[in-house]
Ligand binder design. Structure first.
Ligand SMILES: [Zn+2]
Length: 195
């Protein structure tokens, strides 16, 4: 997820903050991000069965890709890898990476709040989406252990947005068909010009 107000300059240094797997000489890669209306963004991701070095490498690559693009969240679906893992960093200092594997959320407060959401897969467009304000998430960490935490504010918005990606949903699904069609046409035109 990307928000104009949250698109901070991205630090390039990530090594060492993700645990032991990054202490070796590890090459991180910036992956290419699928853009709406690419049908691959509609794929429902499969649960991760094992947290191994390959998955930790993927987490590193997702973070590198997210920071490079000045995003605050990125789901594996967006780089055409259909497994249930996402990363985010909603800190202003851009040094608090979080990884969620097989995340499941429960809503703690049904009250909805609106936020102008953007998305690295829908570049340049922002629309208000209403979501529950407070959630609890249960997920696996990079050590393969289950953890739980409560989230509110931007972190809650971002996590719900990213989990939607794993389910093949995009924030534009919440807006009017007319607005969605307008965004689709503009992006399709941009893709044609780029090709
Ligand atoms: Zn997104």
């Amino acid at each position: 997820m990307l928000s104009a107000a949250q698109a901070y300059a991205a630090p390039r240094r990530l090594r060492g903050i993700l645990g032991e797997s990054t202490s070796e000489a590890l090459v991180m890669a910036v992956l290419s991000i699928l853009e709406f209306p690419d049908p691959r963004l509609r794929t429902v991701a499969k649960p991760v069965s094992e947290v191994d070095d390959k998955l930790r490498q993927l987490a590193d690559d997702l973070l590198e890709t997210m920071y490079e693009a000045s995003g605050i969240g990125l789901a594996a679906t967006q780089v055409n890898i259909h497994r249930r893992i996402l990363v985010m960093d909603v800190s202003e200092t851009r040094d608090e990476p979080q990884v969620f594997i097989n995340p499941e959320i429960s809503v703690l407060d049904e009250t909805l709040g609106g936020y102008d959401e953007g998305c690295l897969s829908v570049p340049g467009f922002y629309e208000e989406v209403q979501r529950p304000r407070r959630i609890r998430v249960r997920a696996l960490g990079l050590d393969g252990e289950t953890y739980e935490k409560e989230l509110d504010g931007l972190a809650a918005v971002c996590l719900q947005h990213e989990i939607d990606h794993l389910d093949g949903k995009l924030f534009v699904d919440y807006i009017s068909p007319l607005k969605r069609q307008r965004i689709r046409r503009k992006l399709e035109k941009a893709h044609r010009l780029r090709a």
